[in-house]
Every structure is written in C-alpha cells, then in structure tokens.
Design a protein around this ligand. Structure first.
Ligand code: SF4
Ligand code: F3S
Length: 104
C-alpha cells in the first residue's frame, strides 16, 4: 500500500484524490490519509503530490504512518474531488515536525 505522511499536514493540495482509481483517500482537518485495505498499489498518486507526502510503505520507518492511515481512514469521510488547498499551504510545504506541531 501507499501511505500519506506528515508532509501533507496543513498542505492538503488534494491533487492525489483526482488520480486514485479506487477513491481510497479520506479527509481530516489537517491532512488526508489512504485506506490501506482499499489501495491497489498502483502508485499513480505518488508523483502527483506537490508536497511529496505519499510514499510506498515498503520504505523504511513508515510503520507509524501505516497505523495512522489505517486508523483514520476508518473514521474520516471519503474525498474524491480536488478542492482548494488552504491559503497558507505553500508556507507549510517542507516544514519540519508538522505532526507534533499541528496534528491533534
Ligand atoms: Fe490510490 Fe493508487 Fe495511490 Fe493507492 S497507490 S492511494 S490506489 S492512487
Ligand atoms: Fe496531501 Fe499531497 Fe494529497 S499534500 S492532500 S497527499 S496531494
């Protein structure tokens, strides 16, 4: 599966949802997550994210993100269409420690 990581927090560009063939993105206040049981591993979303927030879970040290994607995709609503990102999205692109600062 692919997972959304903390680079998405406060950016939420939502380019990813437009390309997903199985509509498996879910939206929280500050970030999106992927439902790992729905993701078919096609990989098309990864290069679409301007914040480079989407990674395959075969990369190292992504257990935390896999857990978070699994947990919140069961709670948050499905999102299937791109929408305007937050006005300050670009200010938060590439920022460090976004999970600790903003994820509640
Ligand atoms: Fe959707 Fe493919 Fe990305 Fe999985 S890898 S979330 S199926 S676009
Ligand atoms: Fe987030 Fe990137 Fe999608 S910033 S909303 S994972 S395009």
């Amino acid at each position: 599966t692919y997972v959304v990581t903390d680079a998405c927090i406060k950016c939420k560009y939502t380019d990813c949802v437009e390309v997903c063939p199985v509509d498996c993105f879910y939206e929280g206040e500050n970030m999106l997550v992927i439902n790992p049981s729905e993701c078919i591993d096609c990989g098309v979303c990864e290069p679409e994210c301007p914040a480079e927030a989407i990674l395959p879970d075969t990369e190292d040290n992504l257990e935390k993100w896999l857990e978070l994607n699994t947990k919140y995709s069961a709670e948050w609503p499905n999102i299937t269409q791109k929408k305007e990102p937050p006005a300050d999205a670009d200010d938060h692109k590439g920022e460090e420690d976004k999970f600790d600062k903003y994820f509640s």
